[in-house]
Design a protein around this ligand. Structure first.
Ligand code: S3P
Length: 175
């Protein structure tokens, strides 16, 4: 088991912004699995989806996790929202470190992403319906993968960061 902090959760749950703030607070570097894939493929996520499809993108996420297990330690890893859905990725996440689930309501996701066009899965006629359906399907997976669940819908950043920092200190003592 490694000592990374892994941020999981739905699109728009704030994994990247929480991750950046956490990296300042804990003086750790941050890796983003979406960025890792984009750099490796030299393509944007939406182009990867349209050129190769979602299944291939999920395999790229698996490849990313396998490499991070070899190379990352004491880092913050922000993950794509669908990454934990694939069973193999759930096992790999556990090996990679302490898994945090940033829990958010569909309404907050909708508000944050209503003008975003970089998430291929939400480019549909009724994004709210899609958000609700995906969240209902994924919530049990996020919950079961997580060492710690943090409700982020109406908490200020300081509280969110405080909870993660405390949990990480406990995690490191245990390890
Ligand atoms: C996805 C979430 C995205 C990105 C891709 C698929 C998903 O990442 O990996 O568009 O399936 O939920 P963010 O959660 O960072 O938006």
């Amino acid at each position: 088991m490694k000592d990374n902090i892994i941020l999981t959760g739905f699109m728009g749950s704030g994994k990247s912004s929480v991750g950046v703030r956490l990296s300042y607070l804990l003086k750790k570097t941050m890796i983003d699995t979406d960025k890792w894939i984009e750099e490796k493929q030299e393509m944007e996520i939406s182009d990867i989806f349209s050129a190769y499809g979602e299944k291939t993108f999920r395999d790229m996420e698996t490849e990313c996790l396998k490499e991070l297990i070899e190379t990352a330690s004491g880092q913050i890893i922000s993950t794509g929202g669908g990454l934990p859905v694939k069973r193999e990725n759930q096992r790999l996440l556990k090996k990679l470190g302490m898994v945090i689930y940033l829990k958010v309501t569909p309404e907050v996701v909708f508000e944050r992403l209503k003008t975003d066009n970089t998430r291929p899965l939400l480019q549909v006629d009724d994004p709210m319906e899609r958000i609700k359906a995906l969240l209902a399907q994924r919530s049990p997976v996020y919950e079961s993968c997580a060492d710690v669940v943090v409700d982020v819908s109406d908490q200020p950043f300081e509280k969110i960061l405080g909870q993660i920092k405390e949990a990480y200190e406990r995690f490191c003592q245990r390890a």
